[in-house]
Write a protein that binds this ligand. Structure first.
Ligand code: HEC
Length: 143
């Protein structure tokens, strides 16, 4: 009797554990906002895997490898710097022109077009898109 109960517990744990894992995998596959954002806006220059080898490499010299941001910063992913570089509105004021689009401005314009007649928080939308990218970039860092 005791053995039977033990077996039931193991079986239940396996079923729950198994379903938990597959559920998590499904969910992340559908809702990987950061990857979607990256594939749609960044891969053309930085490459599908983030190595700086996208098709635009032909036209722009020195597109950085985004998988070594942590490695080049003593193993710490430089969240603040990446946020500011991607947003670009402050960086541009400080350093003049650059080859990368100003994503803070691009996303503001896209939001304004989408929510033309509705009351919305433009900065919140910009922030959410940049943070989803940061989450994705964090996950593709070279170990
Ligand atoms: C038109 C090509 C192009 C596109 C598209 C592009 N980038 Fe860049 N990116 C660059 C270049 C070139 C640099 C080097 C700095 C510069 O010249 O602007 C750079 C720099 C960066 C840096 C700083 C890297 C470092 O080592 O400091 C980050 C982070 C970055 N890009 C992220 C992104 C993200 C995220 C996207 C998509 C939202 C994106 N880039 C889209 C060309 C591009």
């Amino acid at each position: 009797m005791k053995a039977f109960k033990f077996g039931t517990v193991i079986l239940a744990a396996m079923l729950l554990g198994g379903s938990g894992v597959s559920f998590a995998a499904d969910k992340s596959e559908k809702a990987d906002r950061g990857k979607k954002e990256y594939d749609g806006n960044c891969a053309i220059c930085h490459g599908v895997a983030g190595k700086g080898d996208g098709p635009y490499r032909e036209f722009i010299s020195k597109i950085p490898d985004l998988t070594v941001l942590a490695k080049n910063n003593k193993g710490v992913f430089p969240i603040n710097r990446v946020y500011e570089v991607v947003d670009g509105r402050q960086v541009l004021k400080a350093h003049g022109t650059r080859d990368m689009p100003i994503w803070g401005r691009e996303y503001s314009i896209a939001a304004a077009e989408l929510y033309r007649d509705v009351d919305y928080d433009q900065e919140a939308i910009v922030r959410a898109r940049i943070l989803s990218l940061i989450d994705y970039l964090y996950r593709i860092q070279a170990k």
